[in-house]
Design a protein around this ligand. Structure first.
Ligand SMILES: NC(=O)c1ccc[n+]([C@@H]2O[C@H](COP(=O)([O-])OP(=O)(O)OC[C@H]3O[C@@H](n4cnc5c(N)ncnc54)[C@H](OP(=O)(O)O)[C@@H]3O)[C@@H](O)[C@H]2O)c1
Length: 275
């Protein structure tokens, strides 16, 4: 039996569905990606987003600054907020440390916040209201739904409590009536929790954090981690865990493509009136 949760395949199917919807629109949607500085990983992510956006039928504008001060960056975002031709705005993270990340993210008009990271969208998510959801958690939920993985009465363990992944996932899964344990760096005896997981979701950024002895047989594993070692990509979960798992996402080809397609879906969703 194939135990791989194939995020790449699912994302391609979703892409075709989204393209059909976009073709029916009478306007071309525009996604703006703002990046500051010289982070190498950022350049790769921006290129991936650009390629996907253009192939889906969006305009893509990469607004890059080698350096920019906070006041001027905020002015740039405010201009984009007011521009009716701009559908979605993302600010590429990490930002250089001299910029106040929260202040900058929260300058984005929540209705154009296609990364779902502004305080307004976060609060709506916590309250279970309609909002633009952060792309990786949204992509994880889409994968679970696609594979008909019911979370009710399951012991769900999330490792990592970042605002980008772990924390919003906690709320999205709670809304789906899962019972959840949220672990982090101060959790002592992590394996006690991971061994009891029916569904284990890991977003930490440490290769091989989770090993075969830390999981139970039949667990479903969603590995969000991306760790580049000697030019190769690894998740946070050792691949030997596949032997014991019922289902597992690979890295690459699992959650990564789901994050990108979720962003593209969010751009389309900005057209919904109830946001
Ligand atoms: N596939 C994708 O599309 C995608 C998207 C986003 C992120 N990622 C990847 O996912 C990984 C995590 O990203 P992130 O933004 O969620 O991370 P982050 O902001 O760095 O947060 C890491 C989390 O892991 C926890 N942690 C650190 N060491 C731990 C340990 N030994 N045991 C248990 N928990 C520990 C931290 O706990 P504290 O809160 O206590 O510090 C924190 O909550 C990275 O590799 C990133 O590249 C992938």
């Amino acid at each position: 039996m194939n135990k791989i949760i194939d995020g790449k395949k699912v994302s391609l199917e979703l892409k075709e569905k989204l393209k059909e919807k976009i073709e029916k629109l009478d306007e071309k949607l525009t996604l703006v990606d703002i990046s500051v500085g010289f982070d190498e990983a950022t350049k790769v992510y921006v290129r991936q987003k650009e390629k996907m956006a253009k192939s889906i039928g969006y305009n893509f504008l990469n607004l890059h600054f080698d350096e920019i001060d906070e006041t001027n960056l905020i002015k740039e975002i405010e201009k984009l907020n007011k521009d009716p031709k701009i559908t979605g705005i993302i600010v590429q993270l990490p930002l250089p440390s001299y910029l106040n990340k929260d202040k900058i993210i929260n300058t984005i008009n929540p209705k154009k916040d296609v990364d779902g990271l502004t305080n307004i969208n976060m609060l709506k998510l916590v309250k279970g209201e309609t909002c633009l959801k952060p792309c990786t958690p949204k992509g994880v939920i889409t994968l679970l739904n696609y594979y008909n993985i019911d979370v009710v009465n399951k012991n769900v363990v999330i490792v990592g409590r970042s605002n980008l992944v772990g924390l919003p996932l906690f709320h999205l899964l709670l809304k789906k009536n899962a019972t959840i344990t949220l672990c982090h760096s101060k959790t002592s005896n992590l394996s006690y929790y991971t061994k009891h997981a029916d569904i284990l979701i890991v977003s930490v950024g440490k290769k091989d954090l989770i090993t075969k002895d830390m999981i139970k047989k039949g667990v479903i594993i969603i590995d969000v981690g991306i760790n580049r070692v000697d030019g190769k990509l690894y998740g946070d979960v050792s691949f030997e865990c596949l032997e014991k798992a019922k289902l597992m996402t690979p890295v690459p080809g699992g959650v990564g493509p789901m994050t990108v397609i979720s962003l593209m879906e969010n751009v389309y969703e900005t057209k919904k009136n109830e946001l």
